[in-house]
Design a binder for this molecule. Structure first.
Ligand code: NAP
Length: 287
């Protein structure tokens, strides 16, 4: 039986932990705010009071933390010698260079590091259908594979460390762009008093349709962005990461800069912790 731990029991960490426990994977957990672990303890997880304790108790440690700052703060609290022989799998969305720097600090103490960011949200995490984009050595990938196959049906090995992170940023740029673009068209139609369902029938029958439009439609029309799967603050983070990586590579990011402005506006409107479909509120102010 795999000896697995997970650090970072936020929205995704919680959903993923539920799924692993449902699959009879014994789990050691650590979260900065201990109360988020309570329901998982009731379901059989062992809760530790420090990252050090979870690393010591496991062979494979999943990190599901907000960003590279959080990851580095957590790693700072662990004796570097404890990384020896352990496999750390980083699943949050961070920049390729950030991932490479984290790899270096773990590998320099004979630890193993795999990046494995995920596409999909809470329902996919709970049902083991996340899309996984791994980067690292093939050997580390193979040793992680039995666990990854429980987390996502068809994990993808992308290549070196940084390449999985890159593909994930490319996917989230699509999330930001598609959501902003759909918001603007929907808002125009709504403001002109056109029947939104009629507009949607046309969108759905066209080559321009993306399933995410229907997933977010009700939230936008009712302006109810509560109970987020993926919060606005994290999409804003990912958009900024994409912008910085793409600019360094000499790409023209002016299209995404407009989307980033909308996300910043949503954050300023107090929508950081709501669902990212709150981009709609930034696009279309209420009368
Ligand atoms: P979240 O609910 O905000 O959880 C963030 C986690 O990071 C919490 O466990 C939080 O601990 C911890 N954390 C933050 N700062 C910390 C620090 N300084 N020290 C220790 N722990 C710290 O975020 P999430 O939605 O689960 O997302 C996690 C990662 O996955 C992000 O990189 C996100 O972009 C990515 N992602 C999310 C989704 C999604 O649909 N939600 C999908 C794909 C990828 P506390 O509980 O103590 O605050």
């Amino acid at each position: 039986m795999m000896n697995v731990s997970l650090i970072g029991v936020g929205l995704m960490g919680q959903a993923l932990s539920e799924h692993l426990l449902n699959n009879q994977i014994p789990l050691h957990l650590y979260n900065r705010s201990a109360k988020k672990c309570q329901s998982l303890q009731d379901r059989g997880a062992i809760i530790s009071d420090s990252p050090q304790a979870v690393i010591d108790e496991s062979d494979i440690c999943l990190l599901m933390l907000s960003d590279a700052t959080a990851i580095n703060i957590v790693l700072d609290s662990i004796e570097p010698i404890s990384f020896k022989g352990k496999l750390i799998i980083q699943m949050g969305t961070i920049a390729p260079d950030e991932s490479r720097a984290i790899a270096e600090r773990i590998q320099s103490h004979q630890g193993h590091y795999l990046e494995c960011p995920v596409l999909g949200s809470l329902p996919e995490a709970r049902s083991g259908t996340l899309i996984l984009m791994a980067g690292g050595s093939e050997k580390d990938y193979q040793s992680a594979l039995p666990l990854l196959q429980i987390i996502g049906k068809n994990p993808k090995y992308i290549g070196d460390i940084g390449q999985g992170a890159t593909v994930k940023l490319a996917m989230n740029q699509l999330i930001a762009g598609l959501t902003a673009s759909f918001s603007l068209s929907l808002a125009l139609v709504e403001k002109e008093g056109i029947e939104t369902e009629q507009f949607m029938e046309i969108v759905r029958s066209s080559a321009l349709y993306a399933p995410t439009f229907d997933k977010k439609l009700d939230r936008m029309l009712t302006r109810d962005f509560s109970n987020p799967n993926f919060p606005t603050k994290h999409l804003a983070k990912d958009t900024n990461l994409f912008l910085s990586v793409a600019k360094n590579l000499g790409l023209d990011t002016s299209g995404l800069e407009g989307v980033s402005t909308l996300l910043e506006k949503a954050l300023a409107q107090g929508l950081a912790d709501t669902d990212y479909s709150a981009i709609y509120a930034a696009v279309s102010p209420e009368k």
